[in-house]
Design a protein around this ligand. Sequence first.
Ligand code: AMP
Ligand code: MG
Length: 318
Amino acid sequence: MNHTPEFADPQLVSLDQAIARLKDGKLVAIPTETVYGLGADAADPLAVAKVFAAKGRPSNHPLIVHCASLAHAERFMQPPSAAMQTLLKTVWPGPLTLVTAKTDAVSPVITGGRDTVALRCPAHPLTRELLQRSGLALVAPSANRFGRVSPTSAAHVLSEFPGKDIGVLDGGECTLGIESTIVRENGDTLEVLRVGALSIPELKTLWPGSVVYNASTKGGVPGALATHYAPERGVWLWHYPKSFAFNESDLVCGWHKPDMLCQFQLLPDDPVQCAAMLYPLLRSADLRAEGRLIIEMPPATEAWMAIADRLTRAAHRD
Ligand code: AMP
Ligand code: MG
């Protein structure tokens, strides 16, 4: 069965076209509240393989399965605890991904052969409608080539995959702009495996036991590489109040205007607002004719942890 036309390059599609392509085993980039995902039917291993190929993502970096609702997600996971069920009912649809024991309904192609699955219900209205109307569950890693900055608009996706047969569902700019927070339950403890759009202070208000993010849980997800989210021309980090040799052509973004001559952009005081502009800012590094993009490191508090994490990975150089 192959009814939908093949695209020479990524192309915008309607919701109906998106559903038809996905049912045909083709790729569609979908808007979510976090970043755009490169979607494929989770029940179709050949379609899932196309996601790994298009991204250039190693097959041992497992994919998150996106579902319409908790009831839908429960087909793919072993029964959650009462505490987990309460948490998921509160935050889904929303930017929290749960890693938990899987059922046989999840193909090993998705999990890289693991017995766990990562699940999430995205909140974007267009993607919710797509999931509800199609009845599909979708794998949807960020719609960028492996190691590059995640896309937060349809235009980013259109330019990311020249020559690839990808439909793009335009849902405007992502409101949160940073990937989901990934957690795992361990007894009474909620272990944070990746910091993200749902902050640790928020999780602490929602989870009855302790919430931990430390050296043993951090990087607890396969594929958590030191370098990631990186613009090609690089980004430099400024640890205020340390001295930094700014040049006139540099753009400095942060909360303290340097005394030296350079361009300066004030960043929002609120981590949620700051996250929403982070990836477009990182992308702008590649568009600069000259001068460096230099970003001030945010305060070392839990509320800013996801932004500090992405900045550190974007700037990492061996
Ligand atoms: P992303 O690259 O944003 O799609 O995020 C996927 C993240 O979820 C990766 O860091 C994966 O390692 C993690 N993940 C996905 N599936 C699993 C799984 N089955 N077990 C553990 N971690 C997973
Ligand atoms: Mg990604």
